[in-house]
Design a protein around this ligand. Structure first.
Ligand code: SAM
Length: 223
């Protein structure tokens, strides 16, 4: 799947939540739920007002606007130039953005905490997953927290694709190389990468009110 093309096209959606795929049953999720998601992220990362946050795969920055009151500064990076252009229009002080690939980015800065949310499914190989986690570690201070959140769970594949017509749709998309859901990860695959890199990590289950809790999980890494 060409994710740059896919996400650049998404920018043409009028609704900022739809631009970043924040949709449930075809409808954009509510601002109240987005605010609750941001509050939960702040709690998981134990964000503090003086801290700097790196947001990898930040999209159009909608989530960052909700996290900004919890920290001193946020820098967001994303593969999609179109979504980064949208994010830059937010024009908020202490909120900066640049275009870069999670697999290969290099910034001349390290951060107190790092986040990669609702996007790890677009990292589709074990080798790239390891590079992304290495990169997050490289850009995050020692003894800090990294949250990779909202990851589709391979163990819940049939919870998501729960009817024969959905299985058929998945097969057709796979054959065309156009599966918009990306990769469902097994929690153990990610824990093994962290173990190989010598860092502690834990799987966190999502809360029932979270829109995709029935098939997604979170990974908290201690850098
Ligand atoms: C579903 S959106 C999530 C945006 C934001 N994190 C949020 O939670 O609202 C996924 C984003 O990941 C970005 N993305 C996908 N693969 C990427 C990669 N390899 N490096 C950087 N960004 C990537 C896309 O461009 C898109 O903006």
């Amino acid at each position: 799947m060409n994710w740059i093309e896919f996400w650049n096209k998404q920018q043409s959606q009028a609704n900022p939540y739809k631009q970043v795929g924040r949709v449930l049953n075809g409808q954009a999720i509510s601002p109240e739920i987005m605010a609750k998601i941001a509050a939960r992220i702040a709690q998981q990362l134990q964000l503090k007002p003086h801290e700097t946050l790196l947001d990898v795969c930040c999209g159009n920055g909608v989530l960052d606007t909700l996290l900004l009151p919890k920290v001193a500064t946020i820098h967001g990076i994303d593969l999609s130039d179109a979504l980064i252009a949208e994010a830059k229009q937010l024009n908020l002080s202490n909120l900066t953005f640049s275009s870069a690939n999670a697999v290969s980015f290099g910034l001349n800065q390290t951060f107190d905490k790092s986040l990669l949310y609702f996007s790890f499914q677009y990292i589709e190989t074990l080798a790239d997953a390891q590079k992304v986690i290495e990169n997050l570690l490289k850009h995050t201070h020692n003894d800090a927290l990294i949250l990779i959140g909202d990851i589709p769970n391979q163990l819940e594949f049939f919870t998501y694709y729960n009817t024969p017509s959905k299985w058929w749709q998945w097969i057709k998309q796979e054959l065309k190389g156009a599966n918009e859901m990306g990769r469902f990860w097994h929690p153990k695959e990610l824990l093994r990468i962290c173990e190989n890199l010598g860092v502690k990590a834990e799987i966190q289950t999502q809360e029932p009110w979270q829109p995709y809790a029935h098939y997604r999980f979170d990974l908290l890494i201690y850098s």
